[in-house]
Design a binder for this molecule. Structure first.
Ligand code: ZN
Length: 374
């Protein structure tokens, strides 16, 4: 009897200890969104320039937007290190309350080791609005433990009422509504579609919305993904193709031939991308350029871009979004492509060829972990 009681007490003590440990771990590790942040977004803009080995950045401005659309869990944990980081630290406690990794076109430029200076890139990042005075740091991470803080800026702003936040300029169409509040907000943006071509843009976005939910693991998460489209016409139809002498007046200055690579579509004007996307709640901007010519680009937590008129538009979307959403590497052999060691280079995956209509198991698992980590 005594022995049985001792065993019970010991088990109870062990369970109590385990629960206390879990509670302590959670309370230390988790930054609760509501405790540290208002349900508002700050869109931070800066200018960055440099050469192949170093860079400088200058803070430009804040804009305050309505509700926060990004992750509300794991805010201070940066699992996926990339070339840029944004860190928010509370002034009074010095505690890191937000830490996110992203990349940018400037970092892609630096990775190509050009000899000449880069000129200015207008870039930026979205962060949640801290409740108490904080310092925001923008960091260039070169890897192998080498990182530079490009600038620090203090945030001590009063929370504005919703009607004082930046107002939408364009009509927004909801293509798919999530049923959970903690969702992923995807926004499609048109580049080089005129007023008369908005239906063409909308048709392509509907095709891609349907296409996204035909791919695993997105197909399992249709309840937690929202998709919308901003109906913003460009003054002229099509986009720049410098190698063919084609120039167009468009909203975000996207161009083929970025860095001299014909199929690479990009823009130095991220301010225009984030301003246009901010017509609605968003945390992933997907740009359709009005062209059928093959090409694209996808940059982690920055943007995905591809031609809306290409016959493989859905496959291009899933491929580029793989880069931007989950930091998936290209799996085709090409100088400069970081093929991950120990990966089977002959396996099938849409990150290898657009003729394969699925992610491989590793890519699927990575996308799944990003969705579940939010
Ligand atoms: Zn893969």
């Amino acid at each position: 009897m005594t022995h049985l009681l001792t065993v019970k007490i010991t088990r109870f003590a062990a369970l109590f200890f385990l629960l206390m440990t879990v509670f302590h771990t959670l309370s230390v590790a988790q930054v609760r969104f509501g405790k540290y942040f208002h349900d508002r977004t700050l869109r931070l803009s800066y200018t960055i320039s440099g050469d192949s080995t170093c860079c400088k950045a200058d803070f430009e401005a804040w804009q305050v937007l309505g509700h926060w659309a990004g992750a509300r869990r794991g805010l201070d944990v940066c699992n996926d290190k990339s070339s840029m980081e944004v860190v928010i630290r509370e002034k009074s406690t010095r505690r890191v309350i937000y830490h996110k990794s992203f990349s940018s076109l400037f970092c892609e430029w630096q990775s190509m080791n050009f000899d000449e200076p880069s000129g200015d890139f207008n870039e930026g990042v979205m962060i949640p609005f801290p409740k108490r005075p904080s310092v925001v740091s923008i960091i260039r991470n070169y890897g192998a433990g080498h990182a530079d803080t490009l600038f620090n800026v203090s945030v001590d702003l009063p929370k504005p009422p919703l009607h004082d936040c930046e107002r939408p300029e364009y009509e927004v169409v909801t293509l798919h509504a999530a049923i959970t509040r903690r969702c992923i907000d995807i926004v499609f943006l048109p580049e080089g579609y005129t007023e008369n071509e908005m239906d063409k843009f909308l048709e392509a976005t509907k095709k891609m919305t349907k296409g996204l939910f035909e791919y695993e693991p997105f197909s399992h998460h249709f309840k937690s993904i929202s998709i919308s489209a901003v109906l913003a016409p460009s003054p002229e139809s099509g986009i720049d193709i410098p190698s063919e002498g084609i120039e167009r007046k468009t909203l975000m200055d996207f161009s083929y031939d970025t860095f001299g690579i014909e199929r690479y579509i990009g823009t130095r004007n991220y301010w225009a991308v984030s301003r246009l996307a901010s017509n609605t709640r968003w945390d992933h901007a997907i740009i359709l350029v009005n062209s059928d010519r093959y090409g694209g680009g996808g940059i982690l937590n920055y943007y995905s871009v591809f031609p809306g008129g290409n016959p493989q538009v859905t496959e291009l979307f899933i491929h580029e979004f793989g880069h931007a959403f989950a930091n998936l590497p290209d799996e085709y052999e090409e100088p400069g492509n970081p093929i991950v060691p120990n990966r089977e280079s002959d396996r099938d995956c849409i990150m290898k060829t657009l003729d394969t209509h699925f992610y491989c198991d590793e890519c699927k698992a990575k996308v799944e972990s990003v969705i579940r980590g939010r």
